[in-house]
Ligand binder design. Structure first.
Ligand code: ADP
Ligand code: YYY
Length: 447
């Protein structure tokens, strides 16, 4: 390790000196450092439409930079920083990541642009670590102060990025703290553009981090939350009860899926009347008191809550299907599609390929006989939203603002397999949509 005095001498400019003051509360081991060099970084630029990838290289050449406009755009700043949460269990890390984002956005000066960053080892499962890349257009002392304060309080990994005065290369400095509390640069590497990996890094992070493929996986997340979110206990108890549920009956089970305001509530109500069926929904009514609470949590916890909701609804479906057809407003497709679409940044093309494991059905979750996906044009959906009024969830507000996200959710709905969705154009009048879905049910299900 290079002690801080030498670093101060080594880093000549005022900014570089300030960078020395930034602290990182967790020492990095040699093993960490060796692995560090294998990692690649993806930063979301361009309003989240495409990531810019960079790698580390001890022996770079200026040629590596030439013609890479996206890379140049990323480093078109006076200085750069990257931060990610580096310690704690997965629940603590997920919550600290959200806190970090809020703090950065609210406290950094206006000269800073906070971008989403993931660092990862290409094609290595569970190697994705989420963090932030900060572009500061000015050499602002306030940025240093905010970060310094943060790092003194929490366990973050901090890197600074800058270019020596007479140098054309950008360098990444990895900071650590010695056993005596001295700040030190433990690694210096040049950053270079790198090729787009075959698999979008987020894809390797989906399974059992935001989409859960068994009761146990989702259950364990909430179990780990009990101390910090006491409400988890009630949710777990409700979920445990559904395990002892009866086997499903012989009446058909029909799920209705779609973006908000595509007409799910309208259709499920009229279907249950027409078929004299039971009307259920996921998340089930018994979880309503805790939904707002879990909606405020990071994706790991929030998605585990919805996943458990599906198992509770499955228990209700099993019971009701012994007596009548069962119609369900949202189920597994919603849980998986929203989670996948949120996790994968940018365009629908970035979604995992059709054959990906992320689209598989959880083997222990009751399968419906038919899943109907309602689609309407963006303009019609907007019209219906406005006509309906009322409160919007945070995610629905984001949906409205984010056309890309909406496209991704709908595309993810369509990619989920076994059972796949039957896509219905829900643009026509209510009676027409009902007629068409009834026809589909007659063809596909035994009534
Ligand atoms: N086929 C349709 N044509 C026109 N308006 C519709 C149709 N289906 C639903 N609506 C209206 O659109 C709004 C959203 O429908 P809703 O059933 O609440 O959607 P969701 O449950 O998918 O959010 C409601 O005001 C509803 O009356
Ligand atoms: N079974 C379900 C149902 C909803 N969700 C999540 C997915 C989205 O984040 C929201 C959408 O739910 P919301 O209540 O806003 O949708 P509706 O108003 O019922 O159309 O909930 C889920 O993950 N799993």
């Amino acid at each position: 390790m290079i002690p801080i005095r030498r670093v101060v001498r080594f880093l000549k400019t005022p900014f570089q000196y300030q960078a020395c003051l930034l602290t990182m509360a967790r020492p990095l081991t040699l093993c960490h450092l060796n692995r560090w060099c294998l990692r690649k970084f993806a930063v979301e630029l361009g309003g989240g439409t495409y990531p810019v990838y960079f790698a580390l290289n001890a022996n770079p050449s200026v040629k590596d930079y030439e013609d890479d406009l996206a890379f140049q755009k990323l480093f078109d700043c006076a200085k750069g920083y990257s931060v990610h949460v580096s310690t704690g269990d997965r629940i603590q890390r997920a919550r600290l990541h959200c806190d970090l984002q809020n703090t950065l956005v609210s406290r950094l000066p206006k000269t800073c642009n906070v971008l989403d960053l993931v660092d990862f080892q290409p094609d290595v499962k569970n190697s994705v670590i989420k963090g932030f890349f900060i572009q500061d257009s000015k050499d602002s002392q306030q940025t240093d102060r905010v970060l310094q304060e943060l790092f003194q309080r929490h366990s973050f990994n901090l890197c600074t990025y800058f270019r020596e005065e007479d140098d054309k290369l950008w360098w990444q400095y990895v900071w650590s703290q010695t056993d005596h509390g001295e700040m030190t640069v433990v690694k210096k590497n040049c950053v270079v553009p790198t090729e787009t990996p075959v698999t979008h890094p987020s894809e390797t992070n989906i399974i059992n981090n935001v989409v859960f493929y068994s009761f146990e996986e989702a259950y364990n997340v909430l179990k780990e939350c009990i101390k910090i979110i006491p409400e988890s206990k009630q949710v777990l108890e409700a979920a445990e009860q559904c395990l002892s549920s009866v086997k499903r009956g012989t009446f058909p089970v029909i799920i209705v899926e779609g973006l908000d305001a595509t007409g799910k509530t309208t259709l499920t109500q009229s279907l249950s009347q027409a078929l004299e069926g039971s009307l259920l929904k996921s998340p089930p009514e018994c979880l309503s008191p805790w939904r707002v609470r879990f909606d405020a949590e990071p994706p790991l916890i929030r998605r585990a809550f919805y996943a458990l909701g599906n198992y509770i609804t499955a228990g209700q479906i099993a019971t009701q299907s012994a007596h009548s057809p069962v119609i369900v407003d949202r189920y597994w497709h919603s849980t998986a599609a929203y989670a996948i679409a949120t996790e994968v940044s940018g365009k629908a093309e970035n979604l995992p390929a059709l054959s990906s494991d992320v689209y598989r059905w959880p083997s222990d979750l009751l399968k419906p006989d038919l899943v109907v996906l309602l689609t309407v044009s963006p303009a019609e959906r907007q019209r219906r939203l406005q006509a309906r009024g009322g409160d919007k969830t945070k995610e629905e507000a984001e949906l409205e603002a984010n056309q890309l996200f909406r496209q991704k959710v709908e595309e993810a709905f369509k990619r989920i397999e076994d059972p796949a969705c039957a896509v219905i154009d829900a643009g026509p009048a209510r009676e027409e949509v009902l007629k068409e879905v009834l026809l589909l049910i007659n063809n596909k299900c035994h009534l």
